[in-house]
Design a binder for this molecule. Sequence first.
Ligand code: ATP
Length: 199
Amino acid sequence: LYLKRIEMRGFKSFADKTVIEFKQGVTCVVGPNGSGKSNITDAVRWVLGEQRVKTLRGSKMEDVIFNGTKHRKSLGLAEVKLVFDNSEQFFPLEYEEISVTRRVHRSGESEYHINQMPCRLKDIRELFMDTGIGREGYSIIGQGRIDEVLSNNKDERRMLFEEAAGIVKYKHRKLETEKKLKNTSENLLRIQDILSEIE
Ligand code: ATP
């Protein structure tokens, strides 16, 4: 999946509208300490539905809104938009591009959009489920995450590879089908009982 562009406005240190275009291949972001490099990945996590303020390195959700500097007033709104290329139909939607937007007001009110259409946070989470991109995905490897993965037990590590292989949804479906089969067998047994009573 190709992330083409990030647009931010009022998000953390990005007070003005900032557009970051990603060309095909590898992109490196370099800059002095505290210049806002990690704020870019925070922006991505946030749009993908991150609700844990600690993961976003804040203490309350409002902390993602530009809170002013010596020379500039704080803002009342933060907005981030991710634009993905969908020319190969990675997402099962008939659009060449998929944009996902999240907005939060200082009042606490939130808004979510997929291709400019208002939606729920749940819809955004579902869009990214099993893609490895979602909130719990492995597409953002933060500082310390590699150590965490290496020290995980083998079952937890396996889950990471299963998500990468895209088989999580099939495992879920298998579990659901097994549950239905169990219910059906129990129903059949009950019918057998009734039949033998009648006979
Ligand atoms: P390092 O190389 O040290 O990891 P970095 O380039 O990744 O640094 P970030 O951690 O992304 O830098 O950015 C931190 C900067 O973002 C700090 O200067 C902080 O003041 C600023 N910042 C964070 N939240 C806000 C906010 N809500 N409003 C304004 N500025 C903010």
